[in-house]
Design a binder for this molecule. Structure first.
Ligand code: SF4
Ligand code: SF4
Length: 423
């Protein structure tokens, strides 16, 4: 079967009644284009969200509408070729972080984010996922983690974090209330985050554990658009949670992982409903609100760090709704130096590195271009520190700080809380 046939079949599979109604509702007004950071930063009309859906629209029109069928039969509508698919693979994987901002502005209420996932599903079925993204998926299938966090590496890293930061990390504890699932980005690249979260949960007296089986929360199958791989990685977490008998799962600082586990898992795997899934940002808010941990007022200001701003992550703040907790925390830690970027909260502009984009070398130029929007926003408030709650955003920020030689400090919110804990 050709790549085109496979992709078109998958698009048609995606093109159920709901998708059809969404596509029919589009008035081609173009408002979604202005919302997309890739379009905004480049002016490239092909980066308009609605254009990224063009293959899905054509598959729907040609297979399901009489007019579309006639147009295709008499050659008025171009048949999709393998080259078209390769081109749309680049548009969708290089220049879309599935940040969902376009969905927010569409006057017709079209859920572009879900449709864009549908396009990825077709491209994945046609084996047109960029090679380096696919290599990360395969690594997660084979080794349990896209960043090479095998069982042996996991043991070694956790022992090192526990020793280095003198913090207890409970492992594989049966009967714990809460399973904490870290991303390999944190364990491998930002280990202070692991230590910080452990410190906070220990201080709060939480009965928590990590699981060797559920050691990786990142879900590269979700980035790929493969239901099979997404479910495989979610199942590993659910099996770990079930084995230890926990009641809730805390997802740490990873936005896409939270999206997959919090909202998508239960649609595919009924057992996902057996667990409460919550993001660490919500947990920090709960613990501080209930007085289970206390943080030192003005701690950030006292250290003379200059202005601090907060970057809202698409999946944690815009989609997850954890908008107020970071602000409440920053208003305590940095009452004098916390300033909001514009736009912010639900309307925040994506960092440009999510959706697997940062894993694709060929997308680097597009990704850096999109980050220029963020540079402008941060510089406008004169911030020298940027806090956030997603380690994928943090990776994009730290990488871009180096690329653009910026004098900013990039930090995680959990880390700020841990540093300011009242002992
Ligand atoms: S904003 Fe909505 S209606 Fe307008 S072009 Fe985009 S998807 Fe279509
Ligand atoms: S989901 Fe985000 S990155 Fe993708 S097209 Fe929409 S606005 Fe652009």
């Amino acid at each position: 079967m050709t790549a085109t046939k496979q992709a078109m079949d998958a698009f048609v599979h995606e093109t159920g009644g709901w998708v059809a109604s969404q596509l029919e509702a589009c008035t081609r007004c173009g408002m979604c284009a202005e919302a997309c950071h890739f379009y905004q930063s480049s002016g490239n009309p092909e980066y308009a969200p609605v254009w990224k859906l063009e293959l899905l629209r054509r598959a729907y029109e040609q297979r399901f509408t009489i007019f579309g069928g006639i147009k295709a039969a008499i050659g008025l509508d171009k048949r999709v070729t393998d080259d078209d698919l390769k081109h749309w693979s680049e548009l969708n994987y290089y220049a879309c972080t599935v940040c969902n901002k376009c969905s927010m502005v569409c006057p017709m209420g079209i859920d572009l984010g879900s449709l864009l996932h549908g396009v990825r599903a077709g491209l994945s079925a046609a084996e047109l996922v960029p090679a380096d993204l696919m290599a990360a998926v395969n690594k997660q299938v084979d080794e349990g983690s896209p960043l090479g966090m095998t069982s042996a590496v996991w043991d070694q890293r956790l022992e090192w974090v526990a020793d280095e930061w003198e913090v207890e990390i409970p492992r594989d504890v049966k009967g714990a209330d809460t399973l904490v699932v870290f991303s390999s980005i944190e364990v491998m690249k930002f280990p202070t985050n692991v230590a910080a979260i452990a410190k906070v949960l220990n201080k709060a007296g939480e009965k928590w554990t990590v699981s060797s089986k559920a050691r990786e929360v990142v879900n590269f199958g979700f980035y790929e658009g493969s239901e099979e791989h997404t479910k495989l990685f979610i199942n590993r977490i659910l099996e770990g949670a079930k084995e230890l008998g926990v009641k809730r799962i805390i997802v740490t600082e990873c936005g896409h992982a939270y999206d997959a586990l919090r909202w998508h898992a239960a649609n595919w795997i009924p057992e996902a409903n057996d667990f409460e899934v919550i993001h660490i940002t919500g947990v920090l808010g709960e613990l501080i609100g209930a007085g289970r941990i206390k943080i030192k007022p003005g701690f950030f200001d006292q250290n003379g760090n200059g202005t601090i701003t907060f970057h809202d992550a698409c999946k944690i703040q815009r989609k997850g709704g954890h908008i107020q907790e970071p602000r409440d925390i920053l208003n305590v830690l940095a009452p004098k130096s916390f300033k909001e970027m514009t736009p912010n909260r639900e309307e925040s502009v994506c960092c440009g590195g999510g959706g697997g984009v940062i894993a694709i070398k060929a997308a680097d130029a597009i990704r850096y271009k999109a980050f220029e929007l963020k540079i402008d926003q941060v510089n406008k408030v004169g911030a020298k520190t940027v806090a956030m709650t997603c380690s994928n955003c943090r990776l994009q920020f730290t990488d871009s700080v180096e690329h653009f030689k910026l004098d900013w400090k990039v930090t995680g919110l959990a880390q700020m809380v841990a540093d300011a804990l009242v002992e």
